[in-house]
Design a protein around this ligand. Structure first.
Ligand code: FES
Length: 83
């Protein structure tokens, strides 16, 4: 990660955001993603209730492992599991 880090703790879950990446940590499992939505490059936000990466611009959603759930994005995002 580079640049600033912004952290949010919600119900024992930690979400860290930098300009380009985000990481979600829950029960010793971590998921690192590049925040850019494959559609038009808006920054993704983590939905801690549904454990999805959501795009606030046009509504694309991705599961915790980066697979696209709903479009308009046709492409998955890359995630990396971190321990
Ligand atoms: S930029 Fe994410 S859905 Fe369009």
């Amino acid at each position: 990660m580079n640049g600033y880090l912004k952290g949010i703790i919600k119900k024992n879950k930690l979400i860290l955001y930098s300009r380009e990446h985000a990481i979600f940590i829950d029960n010793n499992n971590g998921y690192l993603v590049k925040r850019k939505c494959p559609h038009l490059k808006c920054n993704l936000l983590f939905n801690s209730v549904e454990k999805t990466w959501d795009c606030p611009c046009h509504g694309s959603r991705f599961d915790i492992e980066g697979n696209v759930i709903s479009g308009p994005s046709k492409y998955d995002i890359k995630t990396k599991s971190v321990k």
